[in-house]
Design a protein around this ligand. Structure first.
Ligand code: PGA
Length: 240
């Protein structure tokens, strides 16, 4: 994996945003893997600006988001679907018929996860995947475990993840379960870019890059991916 350290989150957003824009301009029907959270927002700001300036069109791309909460209506302002509409989709010409999410409210979650994995394959696989990383080393919602996950599945969230994300829900308790692309599915993406900023990520970043490949730090699986670039600010890189 390649590691690049920048001064600010905005510079990282510009660098990754350019990779997305170049990817889509090289192949207008690219398949993009998308993430939520604070980390990808500067990237989405860059892509939206590039669209507004006529430098890219997302009309023909297909997207797959990494994960979604269970037990939360899709229309809830805190769903990852709503996050993507607000931060990227409504700011571009993306075709909402080509936007894909796991349904965390499906009656048969196993069937829903199998449907999602098949849909990614049927689309030809993901060309470019953006990831954040949790303070516990999670990617998507693959929390630390004794084994790496393969296929998409339903997971009980770690307390550290709940502590990080409860702020978005105010006084309402946030969901305890989510559905996520499995680590094996994420690793099938042809190209992966991961962004981590801030001191709270420094320990997970150090384990991901310099620790052993270990499912207790799910992001360490990226060491075995042939085309991954890690974008860090100085605070997230401070233990390297
Ligand atoms: P964050 O979340 O971008 O909001 O820090 C990253 C993650 O949990 O994967």
């Amino acid at each position: 994996m390649e590691v690049i350290v920048y001064n600010t989150a905005e510079e990282i957003g510009e660098a990754i945003g350019k990779i997305f824009v170049d990817t889509v301009n090289a192949r207008h029907d690219s398949v993009l893997g998308l993430a939520t959270g604070a980390s990808p927002i500067p990237t989405y700001n860059y892509i939206a600006k590039a669209y507004q300036e006529g430098r890219v069109s997302l009309r023909d791309v297909t997207t797959f988001n990494l994960d979604e909460y269970c037990d939360l209506p899709r229309e809830d302002k805190n769903s990852f679907y709503s996050f993507m509409v607000e931060n990227l989709f409504s700011r571009t010409d993306i075709d909402m018929n080509k936007v894909h999410f796991l349904n965390g409210n499906a009656e048969d979650i196993d069937a829903e996860c199998a449907r999602y994995d098949s849909a990614i394959e049927a689309a030809g696989g993901i060309d470019l995947q953006i990831l954040g990383i949790g303070t516990d080393g999670h990617i998507g919602f693959n929390e630390p475990d004794d084994h790496f996950s393969e296929k998409s599945f339903r997971i009980q969230l770690e307390q550290s993840t709940i502590d990080s994300n409860q702020k978005y829900f105010g006084d309402v308790p946030m969901p305890r379960y989510a559905v996520t692309m499995g680590t094996g599915i994420i690793l099938k993406a042809r190209r992966i870019v991961l962004v981590a900023t801030g001191e709270s990520k420094a320990e997970a970043v150090q384990k991901m890059i310099q620790g052993p490949v270990d499912p207790h730090c799910p992001a360490s699986a990226l060491q075995e991916h042939g085309d991954t670039v890690i974008f860090l600010d100085k605070a997230a890189a401070k233990l390297l």
